[in-house]
Ligand binder design. Sequence first.
Ligand code: HEM
Ligand code: HEM
Length: 181
Amino acid sequence: MKPTPSGYRPPARWLHWLTALLVLLMIPAGLIMVREGLPRPVQDTLFLFHKNAGVIVFLLMVVRLIYRWRNPPPPLPASVPDWQRLAARLSHGALYLLAILLPITGYVRVRADRYPIEGLDALGIGTMLPKSEALAGAASELHETLAFLLIAVLLVHLAAAIQHAVVKRDGIWARMWPPTG
Ligand code: HEM
Ligand code: HEM
């Protein structure tokens, strides 16, 4: 099917906003749950949410990439300068990559230490990873670095979105919002 020229198709929009909601909740959850001195029930709840929502983000990102491959996004309007096209391509590529690598490193970090991932456990999906503190430690370091990279790219992404929506009003915002198309 050909993309509608005016914006992303509704499934691409729904997938974007659903992942955005989850990721924007998971980042503060992740940052808070690693702090010392949290009441145990609060920490457990945040970990439970963070790990399981992360698995859902991974699945959503895979679906998004397949959908995008089958339904390429419409071209940007001619008014967008070349450097902004490049910036959009690079930052969107980075967001896809980071939102795939973060759940993978999170998964390895948790499973190599034999901690539960409740949703996967309930489905009987175990792990083939060896128990390894070294692997868990390396995955933890990488997860943290990738998380801060994601936060940095997201700040740019949000600033660009607000700029298009409020200052330029050039239709870029309306390519993605509302989710119903
Ligand atoms: C409130 C937060 C957010 C706002 C306001 C926002 C806004 C937007 C807008 C307006 C676009 C369309 C850009 C265009 O037409 O070229 C877009 C695309 C995109 N956003 Fe966001 N976004 C948000 C959060 C996120 C988050 C958390 C992620 C991380 C996974 C994300 C990943 C992406 C990606 C990968 C694209 C490109 C989609 C594609 O071409 O397939 N966004 N965003
Ligand atoms: C889009 C997906 C994800 C994002 C944005 C994300 C983000 C974060 C952030 C910001 C932190 C706090 C920084 C730190 O590491 O100290 C964190 C920590 C953590 N995350 Fe994630 N995460 C994601 C997916 C996952 C998944 C799928 C799991 C496990 C199944 C997971 C497990 C953990 C664990 C266990 C920590 C605590 C740090 C540690 O003990 O090594 N994360 N995450």
